[in-house]
Design a protein. Structure first.
Length: 127
């Protein structure tokens, strides 16, 4: 459901989206409480501003519950990741994925399961 054009999301908006992805639909107060648990001390009005702006961008939607608006994500983590990675590839590697993959393999740590999955994917590419 991602908009046709790429939506620019700031770090704080991504933090709000992560709350909605992990916990499902939430009120402003519930999102604020989850952010506080994660060490982000933000005011109610700030969270409301983020959610309102994100609703205008089309990445969240809201429904009026009995006493408050309940917000839900309209985009998946995978959709956001896809557009962010594409943007990064274009900015750093002229759109080429291989140099970025090689950089990640050379510089990051992977679990045994992730390595096994990489091997399976490479084997599929070979066939």
């Amino acid at each position: 459901m991602m908009a046709k054009r790429e939506v620019e999301l700031g770090e704080a908006e991504l933090a709000v989206l992560r709350v909605l992805w992990e916990t499902g639909p939430q009120t402003v107060r519930e999102v604020m409480a989850r952010l506080h648990e994660r060490g982000r001390k933000v005011a109610y009005t700030t969270v409301l501003t983020f959610l309102t702006r994100m609703e205008q961008k089309g990445v969240v939607s809201s429904d009026k519950d009995e006493h408050a608006y309940v917000y839900r994500a309209r985009v998946t983590k995978e959709q956001v990741a896809k557009t962010r990675v594409r943007s990064l590839l274009d900015q750093l590697y002229d759109g080429a994925a291989a140099p970025m993959v090689l950089h990640l393999i050379e510089n990051e740590r992977f679990t045994d399961e992730e390595i096994a999955r990489l091997r399976r994917l490479l084997k599929e590419l070979d066939s």
